[in-house]
Design a protein around this ligand. Structure first.
Ligand SMILES: [Zn+2]
Length: 287
């Protein structure tokens, strides 16, 4: 009996040892298993995050590709690599506003207005001057703030109908003829002062001639008024530019006009005014 009990005791100890070893092995396996699956799941998370983040990037390329498909060069670039696609996105966003942004429509001697174009209009003041409805508030706000600064700017011309522009142009041709010019020469000279019908920003509805109440003459003396000084300094904050700056007549085809303000939107206006550009230069259309 004693011997048998000792043997049982010994068997029991072996069993306990085996169980203990199994338990330790089990614990080790569980711990390793947990940490292993932890790594895997975190790895999956990262890759799923990077997939998610790559999805919007991929989807954002589609509209830019659609935009850049208008310009064959950039669409060819976007097909090469994602890097090229990114750079073409930047180019596309810079180029597309000039082509499609209503605020940046170029109207000059070589870029006439679409025949019969009439914008949706809104009152710009109480004197019957009208402006493109999308930018009328910006114009009114600019003038209100100038008045708040103690100045007296007034609009002397804003939106013009085709008939009005035609009549203004014919009047100017008559003036040139009275100065001794004839035929084509009179017309050519008139075009440097009054835009040929269809080539005036006033017909676009985004331009306003603004003068000082105390000095209503459209000449370079306008530049000396406190009103013009204020407008030139602040117009970009409201999305306006001095459209025909000094020294740019060769590009704009129009004399220096320190009274003609054109709405282009705040972003473009700030760049144009701070860099001393004219609209043609900003749009890459300077010839
Ligand atoms: Zn004007």
């Amino acid at each position: 009996m004693y011997k048998r009990r000792r043997r049982l005791n010994r068997n029991g100890k072996i069993l306990v040892c085996v169980l203990a070893v199994l338990l330790i092995l089990l614990i080790v396996l569980i711990v390793r298993g947990c940490s292993g699956s932890g790594e895997e799941s975190s790895g999956q998370n990262e890759s799923s995050i990077s997939q998610e983040s790559s999805l919007p990037a991929g989807s954002s390329e589609e509209p830019s590709g659609a935009e850049s498909s208008e310009t064959p060069e950039s669409s060819a670039e976007s097909g090469e690599s994602s890097g090229a696609a990114e750079s073409s996105t930047a180019e596309g966003s810079a180029a597309s506003p000039s082509a499609e942004d209503w605020r940046l429509t170029l109207v000059n001697n070589t870029h006439p207005l679409e025949d019969g174009y009439v914008p949706e209009l809104a009152d710009a003041d109480a004197n019957g001057h009208q402006f493109d409805a999308r930018a009328a508030d910006a114009l009114k706000e600019m003038l209100a703030d100038a008045r708040e600064a103690g100045l007296s700017p007034i609009i002397c011309s804003a939106y013009r109908t085709w008939e009005k522009q035609t009549s203004l142009f014919e009047d100017q041709v008559a003036v040139c003829e009275s100065q001794g010019l004839e035929g084509e020469a009179a017309v050519a000279e008139a075009r440097t002062v009054v835009a040929y019908p269809g080539t005036s920003e006033h017909q676009l509805g985004l331009a306003a001639d603004i003068v000082a109440l105390s000095y209503q003459i459209l000449d370079e003396g306008q530049m000396e008024t406190a009103e013009q000084q204020w407008l030139i300094e602040h117009c970009a904050e409201y999305g306006f530019i001095l459209r025909y700056p000094e020294g740019k007549s060769d590009i704009t085809g129009v004399i220096f006009e320190p009274w003609h303000y054109r709405y282009v939107g705040v972003e473009a206006a700030k760049e144009i005014m701070s860099q001393g550009l004219c609209l043609e230069e900003y749009l890459g259309q300077a010839e």
